[in-house]
Every structure is written in structure tokens, then in C-alpha cells.
Ligand binder design. Structure first.
Ligand code: NAD
Length: 537
């Protein structure tokens, strides 16, 4: 962390307290935030310690029964106010997001702020249907019973979020948890402390009861404190390395954990694809948010027959991408994290050393800030670091493949499995190929935008994570399930209950009925057992 554009100092201070925290006169560590665009100092932000985290969790726990018992319609009404605040403050928030991350303000507006009302509308519409108690069918072997399923909140949810989409990836999990009656303690990334303040402002403005959303500010130490605190579930978005630590901490209790981790998404370009559209998509999908999206296009598999033609189209388009800070209205900004810039440089250098060709870009831009040129590489092979590890930067690595079979095999030859895309004008073939990709989401003839489809569950397989959010799964992820069986309670005993004497033969008859689905044997078996019950009265 200190290697990044936030650096730590220790000062005696009580400034910029997280909401509701007690004033403290003990020295607090402060993190200095530098602009990714210019390197200028943007401010200092406090790091909450273990005690502050525990106190926040205690407040969220105290608020839990009240929020849980608030009718769903009232909770929904309160959360719906987020849309009103975004309508009033969205522009201001988007500019703050750009200042903190360096991303273009159009991207901040559409992919960060704009995503929230769409996903929230789905949550508000589906939760009343999904969370209602529902009846399930009861098999004949349980005569006189009926079965119901209902959901109840897990309790206090610890949510830890990353810096790449710092607004959306904090706000949406919080809303998804709150709708079902959970309370939340949120710890956002130290690399984007300005956005952390924006998110705090949003939740303050919607006016939830005290303790329903607690926000603690800080770095990895604050996140680690939250994983050790008295929470009932951890929802983590971030790197695989930290995800492992979060899961290990959750295992100590044990509590459920959802992990939304990294990706190495494949784009498979078939010979019959609309190459113009595919080339546009490759450029946008690889460079949007300066490539710092978990679902960025990170490997482009192009079949041999069209490889050179396609690469030429991509080269033309990459060369037209403008780079600059938010004030320059450019297409692509700087990397938000300076540590990430180092990783991107390393991946490109090692790929070139191993035989890859730089078709465009390939190096840091000679200007202040954390800018790296939009980069197109060909000749990528599976042994290269850039094929195996998440680059998380503005790099398009192209892999030449014989055919679609080889593309699918290599796409799946990865530690990751978050999302992917297939490009063909034969949608039936696209669907067949999509079903063979080992990942959580696939687009056909599109890229990344499936994440914004509110009904589609999102999440990964393998090292890309555990669990799903968005869609119905994203609401249920924060709920416990309760099964209820009802018997009207008229009989004094049950065929299965004591005593067993004289019941064995009837049991065998019943077993025959269950295994052969013979209604005759079931009825005979049950009547036999019922008679025994009656005689023993
Ligand atoms: P990170 O793991 O460095 O940090 C994520 C969060 O964890 C931060 O808030 C950080 O302070 C906190 N943290 C650090 N150490 C911790 C610890 N020991 N215990 C608890 N919390 C701790 O990740 P990042 O660099 O912020 O995010 C980038 C990564 O996130 C990339 O790998 C990206 O692919 C992934 N990501 C995944 C998704 C998804 O939905 N699958 C979305 C966005 C980003």
C-alpha cells in the first residue's frame, strides 16, 4: 500500500472521522492521496484501527434487530431514495470519482453512477417476490405435511471493496445486503479515499436509521480488523491474494464468505464474426477504465484465417484512442494505482522478452501521472506471464489459434474464470461455445456489458471467486434459508415414531413403495403402520 499513490504518516488528529466514531486523542495514521493524473497531493485520510472497527460493528449489530423487523416495503422505500440522491448529486459524484481514479468523467457517470439505479431497480422489484415465504411440493411419503421456504437476514455483513470501480462496487453490495434486513459495515479501498467519502455522503443523505450502514475508512489493516470482528458474513471484492486472507479469517469463526476476485477474460473471435464490431469491442473491452476492470478483455484468441486482418483493424482503432486526464475529455485515463503501473510494465516487458511483438504502444507515457500507452501485442503464448496473470492495464494481448476448438481449450487453460466473450454471426454456434467456457458470464457479440444486466448473476469460478451477486442470486446471497414443515397436529402419534415392535414388515412394504414408486405398496405399508399406531393407543 505505501508503495502506491497513498502514503502513510502518523499524526495526532481527530479530523475526518468515520460516521459515528468516537473522537480520539490517540495518534492516528493518515494516508496521503496523490492525483493519478498529475501527482499533486489531494488530501490526507485517516486509517481506522481495530477499536474503531469493533465499535462500528457493535453499532451495526445494535441496529440489526430494528432494521430486520422493519417491513420490507419500508426498507425498499428508504433504499429507493438512493435514486433521488443520484439524480441530484450524480454529476458532482462523477467528477469526484474522476478526480480520485483519473477515469474519464463519461465512464464515471455511466459505469459507476449510472449502473447503480439500474441494479437497484431490479433489487427493489425482485426482493418482495423472492423473499416471500413460498410453499413447496411435498412427496406422498410425508402424508399430511406441507413444506415452506422462507429467508431471513444473515445479520451484520462486512463488505470490503476495491479501487477500480470504487463507487459501484461498494454501493451495490451494500444495497443488496440491506434490502433483506441485514446491516452493514463497509471498508472501501485506501487507494480511492475521495470516493469512500462520496459513498459515505450518499448513505448519509438517504437517512437510514443509525448503525444500519457503518463506514470505516482505512487500508488493509482496517480490512483485516473487519474480517476479525463480530460480523456474520464477509463480502469481499479485490485481489486473489487478499481474498485468500479474507477466506482464512472467515474460516476461523466460521462464517460465510463471498469472494469477487480477479479475471483473465478471453475474447474468442471466430472467422465469421463481424470483424469491425469485434475490433471496436476489443479496443473498448481492453482499455475501458484503463484496463482496470475485473472483466477486461485480457486475452484475445483470433482464428488463423482472419488473424492478420483483425489485428490490422485493432491497430487502426487503438491508434485513435486519446489518452489524458478527465479535464482533457480523453477516451482513456491513467492507471489509478501506481503499483498497478509497475505490474503492467513488467507484463509487457516480459512478454516482449519471450517473443511477443508490440504492434502499438508498449510503454509509459512521458508526462506526469500514471499514464501507460494503449498497447497491442501479438504473438502471445500460454507460457508468458501476460497470458497467465491478471494484467489489469491497457494492454490487448492477441493469441493466434488454429480454430475455435483451440481457442476454447486455451481460454479454459487459466487459473481464472470470471467472464468471456464469443464473436460469431452464428448465434447458435456462439451459444455452444459460450457453454463450454468455464466462467461465470459470457457475452456473445458484446463485451463487459453483461455486468450491467441486472438479472444476470455475476461472479467467477476457480480463483475468480466464490458466490454470485446481481440478479436473484445477489439478493439471496445475503440471506439464510429456513425450511418449515407444517403438520396440522391432529394425530397423537406418527407412523415412524416409537414403539417399533411389529412394524418391520410394514417398513419393508413402504421401502418397496418408495424404491419402485408403487402406490399400492406405499398405501399398504402406511395402512399397516397406522393400524399399529391405533392398536398401541
Ligand atoms: P486488494 O485485494 O488489494 O484490495 C481490496 C480491498 O481489500 C481494499 O479495500 C483493501 O484495503 C482491502 N484489504 C487489503 N488487505 C486486506 C486484508 N488483509 N484483509 C482484509 N481486507 C484487506 O484489491 P484491489 O487492488 O483493490 O482490487 C483489484 C483486484 O480486484 C483485481 O484483482 C480485480 O480483478 C479485482 N476485482 C474483482 C471484481 C469482481 O467483481 N470479481 C471487481 C473489481 C475488482
Amino acid at each position: 500500500m505505501s508503495a502506491d499513490q497513498t502514503t502513510a504518516t502518523t499524526t495526532a488528529t481527530t479530523t475526518a472521522r468515520p460516521s459515528g466514531a468516537e473522537p480520539s486523542s490517540s495518534p492516528r495514521r493518515l494516508l496521503e492521496k496523490l492525483s493519478p493524473v498529475s501527482g499533486a497531493r489531494l488530501g490526507e485520510f485517516p486509517v481506522a484501527g481495530e477499536d474503531e472497527v469493533r465499535a462500528a460493528v457493535a453499532r451495526a449489530r445494535a441496529a440489526f434487530p430494528g432494521w430486520r423487523d422493519t417491513p420490507l416495503a419500508v426498507r425498499a422505500e428508504a433504499l429507493g431514495r438512493v435514486k433521488q440522491v443520484l439524480a441530484e448529486q450524480g454529476e458532482h459524484y462523477a467528477r469526484k470519482i474522476s478526480e480520485d481514479t483519473g477515469k474519464p468523467t463519461f465512464e464515471a457517470t455511466m459505469t459507476e453512477i449510472g449502473a447503480v439505479p439500474v441494479l437497484l431497480d431490479y433489487i427493489l422489484r425482485r426482493a418482495p417476490v423472492l423473499l416471500r415465504r413460498r410453499k413447496v411440493s411435498t412427496p406422498i411419503i410425508l402424508p399430511g405435511k406441507s413444506g415452506f421456504i422462507e429467508y431471513f437476514p444473515r445479520g451484520v455483513i462486512g463488505i470490503i471493496s476495491p479501487w477500480n470501480f470504487p463507487f459501484q462496487l461498494a454501493v451495490v453490495p451494500v444495497l443488496s445486503a440491506l434490502i433483506g434486513g441485514n446491516t452493514v459495515v463497509l471498508k472501501q479501498s485506501e487507494i480511492t479515499p475521495i470516493v469512500a467519502g462520496v459513498v459515505e455522503d450518499l448513505f448519509r443523505r438517504i437517512g437510514l436509521p443509525a448503525g444500519v450502514v457503518e463506514i470505516v475508512h482505512g487500508d488493509g489493516s482496517t480490512g483485516a480488523a473487519l474480517t476479525r470482528a463480530d460480523v456474520d458474513m464477509l463480502f469481499f471484492t479485490g485481489s486473489v491474494a487478499t481474498g485468500r486472507k479474507v477466506m482464512a479469517a472467515a474460516a476461523q469463526r466460521p462464517i460465510p464468505v463471498e469472494l469477487e476476485l480477479g479475471g483473465k477474460d478471453a475474447m474468442i473471435v471466430c472467422a465469421d464474426a463481424n470483424l469491425e464490431r469485434a475490433a471496436e469491442a476489443a479496443v473498448w473491452g481492453g482499455l475501458v477504465n484503463c484496463g482496470q476492470a475485473c472483466v477486461s478483455v485480457e486475452r484475445i484468441f483470433v482464428v488463423d484465417a482472419i488473424h492478420d486482418h483483425f489485428v490490422e483493424k485493432v491497430r487502426e482503432k487503438v491508434s485513435q484512442v486519446t489518452v489524458g486526464g478527465p479535464d482533457e475529455q480523453a477516451d482513456m485515463g491513467p492507471l489509478t494505482s501506481s503499483a498497478q503501473l509497475g505490474i503492467v510494465e513488467r507484463h509487457v516487458k516480459s512478454a516482449v522478452a519471450a517473443g511477443a511483438k508490440v504492434v502499438f504502444g508498449g510503454e509509459r507515457l512521458q508526462r506526469p501521472g500514471q499514464f501507460f500507452a494503449p498497447t497491442l501485442l501479438t504473438g502471445i503464448t500460454p507460457e508468458m506471464e501476460i497470458f497467465r496473470e491478471e494484467t489489469f492495464g491497457p494492454v490487448l494481448p492477441v493469441v493466434r489459434v488454429r480454430d475455435e476448438e483451440e481457442a476454447v481449450r486455451l481460454a479454459n487453460a487459466s487459473e481464472f474464470g470470471l467472464a468471456g466473450s464469443v464473436w460469431t454471426q452464428d448465434v447458435a454456434k456462439g451459444l455452444r461455445l459460450a457453454s463450454r467456457l468455464e466462467c461465470g458470464q459470457v457475452c456473445i457479440n458484446d463485451v463487459i456489458q453483461s455486468v450491467g444486466h441486472p438479472a444476470l448473476p455475476f461472479g467467477g469460478v476457480r480463483s475468480s471467486g466464490i458466490g454470485r451477486y446481481h440478479g436473484d442470486e445477489g439478493i439471496l446471497a445475503f440471506m439464510n434459508t429456513r425450511g418449515i414443515m407444517v403438520d396440522r397436529g391432529k394425530l397423537n402419534s406418527e407412523p415412524l415414531w416409537y414403539p417399533y415392535a411389529g412394524k418391520v414388515a410394514h417398513g419393508f412394504e413402504l421401502l418397496r413403495g418408495i424404491t419402485t414408486r408403487s402406490v399400492g405398496s406405499l398405501v399398504k405399508g402406511f395402512l399397516g403402520l397406522r393400524k399399529k399406531m391405533t392398536r398401541q393407543k
